[in-house]
Design a protein. Structure first.
Length: 305
């Protein structure tokens, strides 16, 4: 979905007064919008790739924080959470335990606050919300796709460098004509909602969501016979071991990992093991910034072409 449609989804969850202010903002102010954040005590602010703008009491946006920023109250944040829970907070224990919701159009909402005590803690006092717009940028991975078709690769970069955006687009391109499985542990790639992906991830793509990467990879290899498995943010040796099992079965993998340089990847045991295995053909390092399609470096690995 485009940014404006995602924006309409976001403002539908706001209290009436705040919703009226957000509706009144000119459409040109939404270009490049990545996040809408609300924090008790510091207001509402819009995050773009190159700036942050604060909502003022007069309904205008300003890049300078001041005492005229539109305030956000505890009750306002709680009312939004109640809307996210469809006015049944107790029925959303899983989302509140994990700290996020998935909405229409692939919008994700992250929550912060205090967790309850007990054997199954969940957020119960809420201090901030982050509405994150899911970016589907068709064409952003064309060059990577043409260079690394039918190869196992790692997409690398820092925070907000566009790794997930590129991974999603590679999945769409590959999944339009090959058997693909996404292991989408935190539902960030497909944004599955009520059984339907909110993002276009390819016609032949199966989705495993809300399952650990390691378990999802093993299940996919056993039951879905994928040609390629896509998964985001490799973070543990359990992930690496499951990937190695899949690679040994002839499955290709497209992964993302945090790392701005090759040396960064080698510092993390799980990515170092994958690199040393010889199964991966390349590591692609993204420049980051405004365009997620900019490749800064390509490092050939293992038995690379």
């Amino acid at each position: 979905m485009n940014g404006s449609t995602s924006y309409e989804v976001i403002i539908s969850y706001m209290p009436e007064k705040l919703r009226e202010m957000l509706v009144a903002l000119p459409r040109e102010k939404l270009s490049g919008l990545m996040e809408v954040r609300l924090r008790v005590g510091s207001g509402v602010y819009f995050v773009y790739s190159d700036k942050t703008a604060y909502l003022m009491k007069n309904g205008q946006l300003s890049e300078a924080y001041s005492e005229n920023v539109c305030p956000v109250s505890v009750s306002a944040v709680r009312s939004i959470v109640e809307r996210l829970c469809h006015f049944s907070i107790h029925s959303c224990h899983k989302q509140l335990a994990e700290g996020y919701f998935v909405l229409e159009g692939g919008v994700r909402v992250g929550l912060s606050g205090a967790y309850s005590s007990g054997t199954e803690p969940a957020l119960c006092d809420f201090t901030s919300l982050n509405f994150r717009i899911s970016r589907a940028v068709e064409g952003c991975a064309d060059d990577i796709f043409s260079r690394f078709f039918d190869k196992s690769i790692i997409i690398c970069g820092g925070v907000n460098s566009g790794k997930t955006t590129v991974l999603r687009e590679l999945c769409r391109l590959t999944g339009n004509f090959r058997k693909v499985t996404i292991v989408d542990e935190r539902n960030e790639i497909s944004c599955l909602m009520n059984g339907a992906p909110q993002n276009n991830v390819g016609l032949m793509t199966d989705i495993l969501s809300n399952i650990s990467r390691s378990e999802g990879i093993i299940n996919a290899v056993r039951t879905l016979s994928p040609d390629v498995i896509f998964c985001d943010e490799i973070a543990s040796m359990a992930d690496a071991e499951a990937i190695m099992c899949g690679l040994a079965c002839g499955v290709k993998f497209v992964l993302t990992a945090h790392g701005k340089s090759f040396s960064d990847l080698l510092k993390r045991h799980e990515t170092a093991v994958l690199i040393d295995s010889g199964y991966f053909d390349g590591a692609v390092f993204l420049e980051g910034g405004h365009s997620p399609s900019v490749v800064r470096e390509v490092r050939r690995l293992g038995n690379a072409y």
